[in-house]
Design a protein. Structure first.
Lengths: 277, 315
C-alpha cells in the first residue's frame, strides 16, 4: 500500500500534485451509509493514488466497497469523510467537466435507441455537431469491433456485444478517465479473454487512465499496472500491487512466472481479508 | 385468421341465447296481441297474466309465441330487428330518407352516422384535453415533490366521485352558462380520461432504473435533457396502455354527457329511444357505440405498434 502513497502522504492535497502525474488522489476516505439496519461502513480510511495512464484494478470480496469507491471517484456518491480529488478538482467538478466515462456492471443500453444511437447519446448531450457525432460514433464502434452494427437495436446483440457497445459509449467523448464496474462479469471465459485483449489494445491506443473492478484474479493481473486488493466490513484497501509485467501483454503471458507470482500475492491478500472476519 | 373459428362460435352462441331470451322477455305483449287477434290465451284474464311469471306463461302458450321476434316496441327486440334498425338508421336514412342525400342533397342529421359523429367529436376533444392534462400533471408530479403530495391525492379523490351520476347536473349547469354542447360534453370526457393517463404516465416517467439515471449524471445532463432522452422515451409503453383506457373512458363520458339534453349524439339517441319505447333504437345506438369504442382502442393500439416498432421493441 505504501507504494501508492509516494506523494502527499497525510498532507493537504494541492492542485500541483496531479500535474506531476497523478490523476486521482484519495486520502483517508470514509463512506458510511445510513440504512434502516444501522450504519454500513462501505469505505473506511481508504487512501490511494492513481497516476496518469495507469490501469488500476480493484479486486475483493462482494460488498467490500469496490463499486462505492468507483462511484466516489465519479462523483455519484459523496464520501462522509476524507478527501478525494480528480484532475485536481473535486469529483463533482470533474463530473461536470465530463472528465470520465463510466461503464456500469450491466451494459445499460437504452433499449429504444439503436447501438449507434446509444453511442451518440453522450455526444448529443454534450452538444457535439452532427458531423462530429457521426464521425465519432463510427470511430468508436470500429474501435470495439462493432462497425456495421450501428443500426441494430440492443436486443439484437449478444451480451458481450452489448457490453462492448457500452464501452464504446464511454469512449465516444474524450474523457481521460475510464471507470469500469465489472464490465465483463457476466461473460464466458473466451469472450472475456477476447475483450480483455481488446481493452488492453484500446488502452495502449488511447492512453486513458482506467479504473477497473473485477472478481477475477487472472483478469486483474493480466490487465493492470496496479492491483488494489480490498476487504470488507469495513471496506478498506489491504494491498496495492504494482505490476512488473511489460505493457505489451500477449494472452500467454498468463503462464509466465511473474504473472503467477502476482496472482499468488493477490490471492494471499484476498485470503488475509477473509481471515479478518 | 386462426382466431375466426372460436369467435364465430361465441357469436353464434350469443345470438342463439338472444333469440331464446326474446321469448320470455316479450311474452306478455305477445299474448296481449294474440288475445286481441281472437286467440284463447291461458290464463285468459289480463290481470292474472300480469301476476304470472314469464316462464310459466311461455310454457302454457307455446303455440301463440310466433310474434316474439317481430314485435314493435319489444321489450327485447330480436337481433335481426336491431340489424334492420341499424340499416334503416344508417344507410337507408342517409340515402333514401326524407333528409337523405338524394332528396335534400346533404347527409341526414337523423342518422346514426350523424349522431355517432357528434359523439366522436366530443370524445376526441375530451380525450385530447384529458390526455394532455394527464401528461402535464404527471410531469409535474414526477418533478415536483409539492405536486406529488398535493395533486395525486386529489386526482385519486376525483375518481371516487360518481361522475356518471353527477354528469347530467354538470352538463345542465355548463349549458346554462352558455358553453357549447361540444365543450360541455368534452369536460365530462376529459374528467374520465385524465386519471388513467396520470397514473400510467407517472409510472412511466419513474420507470428508468438507477443505472440509467446515473448514466445521465455522468454526462452531467441537464434536467430537460434527461427528460427528453430518458424519462419520456421510457414512459412511452406506459403512456399507450393508459391512452387505450383513457379513450374508452372518453367515449363513455361523451355518451353520458349527451343523456340529459336532446342535442344529438349516441347518448341522446339512447335516451330518446327509451322515452318512446323504441328499443331497437337503443340497441342500435349501443352497437354503434360499442363498435366505435373497439375502433378507437384499435386505433390507439395501431399507433402504439407503429411507435414501439420505430423504438426498436421486438415484435
Ligand atoms: N446506496 C446504498 N445504501 C446503503 N448501503 C449501500 C449502498 N450502496 C452500497 N451499500 C453497502 O455498501 C457496501 C459496499 O457495497 P459495494 O456495492 O461498494 O460493494 P462491491 O464491492 O461493489 O460488491 P460487489 O462485488 O458485490 O459488487 C455493501 O455492504 C452494501 O450493502
Ligand atoms: Mg459492485
Amino acid at each position: 500500500m505504501c507504494s501508492a502513497m509516494k506523494h502527499g502522504s497525510g498532507a493537504e492535497l494541492n492542485a500541483d500534485d496531479w500535474k506531476i502525474g497523478s490523476v486521482i488522489q484519495a486520502q483517508n476516505l470514509d463512506l458510511t451509509f445510513q440504512t434502516n439496519d444501522g450504519p454500513v461502513h462501505a469505505l473506511k480510511d481508504v487512501s490511494l493514488e492513481i497516476g496518469k495512464g495507469e490501469f488500476v484494478s480493484f479486486i475483493g470480496p462482494s460488498g467490500c466497497g469496490k463499486t462505492t469507491f468507483l462511484r466516489c471517484i465519479a462523483g455519484l456518491e459523496t464520501p462522509t469523510g476524507g478527501e478525494i480529488s480528480v484532475n485536481g478538482m473535486t469529483p463533482d467538478e470533474a463530473r461536470k467537466a465530463r472528465a470520465y466515462g463510466y461503464v456500469f456492471q450491466a451494459a445499460g443500453l437504452y433499449p429504444w435507441r439503436t447501438i449507434g444511437g446509444n453511442v451518440r447519446l453522450p455526444l448529443e448531450i454534450m452538444g457535439f455537431s452532427k458531423a462530429e457525432q457521426n464521425e465519432r460514433v463510427a470511430r468508436v464502434l470500429e474501435l470495439v469491433d462493432l462497425a456495421g452494427f450501428d443500426k441494430k437495436f440492443p436486443w439484437q446483440l449478444s451480451g458481450g456485444m452489448q457490453q462492448r457497445a457500452s464501452i464504446a459509449r464511454a469512449l465516444a467523448f474524450d474523457a481521460d478517465i475510464l471507470l469500469m464496474d465489472e464490465p465483463f462479469g457476466a461473460l464466458d471465459e473466451i469472450v472475456r479473454d477476447h475483450l480483455n485483449e481488446q481493452l488492453l489494445a484500446l488502452w495502449a491506443q488511447t492512453e486513458k487512465t482506467i479504473g477497473f473492478v473485477t472478481h477475477s484474479i487472472p483478469e486483474a493481473v493480466y490487465l493492470s499496472t496496479k492491483i488494489v486488493v480490498m476487504s470488507p466490513r469495513p471496506g478498506r484497501i489491504t494491498d496495492v500491487i504494482d505490476s512488473p509485467l511489460p505493457k505489451e501483454r500477449p494472452l500467454d503471458i498468463r503462464d509466465s512466472k511473474a504473472f503467477i507470482d502476482i496472482a499468488h500475492r493477490v490471492r494471499d491478500g484476498l485470503r488475509a481479508g477473509h481471515q479478518d472476519d | 385468421m386462426k382466431s375466426a373459428g372460436p369467435v364465430l362460435v361465441v357469436i353464434t352462441a350469443i345470438l342463439a341465447l338472444w333469440y331464446l331470451a326474446a321469448v320470455p322477455m316479450n311474452v306478455k305483449e305477445v299474448l296481449t296481441q294474440a288475445e286481441r287477434a281472437g286467440a284463447i290465451v291461458d290464463p285468459p284474464s289480463a290481470v292474472e297474466r300480469r301476476d304470472t311469471a314469464r316462464l310459466p306463461l311461455v310454457m302454457r302458450n307455446p303455440e301463440l309465441l310466433g310474434a316474439s321476434w317481430s314485435m314493435e316496441r319489444a321489450r327485447l327486440p330480436a337481433p335481426h330487428q336491431v340489424a334492420q334498425e341499424l340499416w334503416a338508421s344508417t344507410w337507408d336514412e342517409e340515402v333514401n330518407g326524407r333528409r337523405g342525400i338524394v332528396r335534400s342533397g346533404s347527409l341526414s342529421n337523423r342518422s346514426l352516422v350523424y349522431h355517432g359523429g357528434v359523439t366522436l367529436g366530443a370524445t376526441f376533444l375530451g380525450f385530447l384535453i384529458g390526455a394532455g392534462l394527464g401528461v402535464l400533471l404527471a410531469i409535474g408530479i414526477v418533478y415536483s415533490r409539492v405536486m406529488d403530495m398535493s395533486v395525486m391525492p386529489w386526482a385519486i379523490i376525483s375518481q371516487t366521485i360518481p361522475i356518471v351520476a353527477l354528469a347530467p347536473m354538470i352538463i345542465v349547469v355548463l349549458y346554462s352558462v352558455g358553453l357549447p354542447s361540444l365543450f360541455a360534453k368534452a369536460v365530462i370526457s376529459a374528467y374520465l380520461s385524465f386519471f388513467p393517463v396520470v397514473v400510467g404516465m407517472v409510472k412511466g416517467l419513474r420507470s428508468p432504473d438507477a443505472m440509467q439515471l446515473d448514466l445521465m449524471r455522468t454526462y452531467n445532463a441537464s434536467g430537460s435533457q434527461s427528460f427528453w432522452k430518458l424519462r419520456l422515451p421510457a414512459s412511452v409503453p406506459y403512456l399507450f396502455a393508459s391512452l387505450k383506457i383513457g379513450i374508452a373512458a372518453s367515449l363513455v363520458g361523451a355518451i353520458v354527457g349527451e343523456l340529459p339534453v336532446q342535442r344529438g349524439g349516441l347518448g341522446a339517441r339512447m335516451l330518446g329511444g327509451s322515452y318512446y319505447g323504441q328499443t331497437e333504437q337503443i340497441w342500435a345506438a349501443l352497437f354503434v357505440a360499442a363498435a366505435m369504442a373497439a375502433l378507437l382502442v384499435w386505433f390507439i393500439g395501431w399507433v402504439e405498434r407503429r411507435t414501439l416498432t420505430a423504438m426498436g421493441v421486438p415484435q
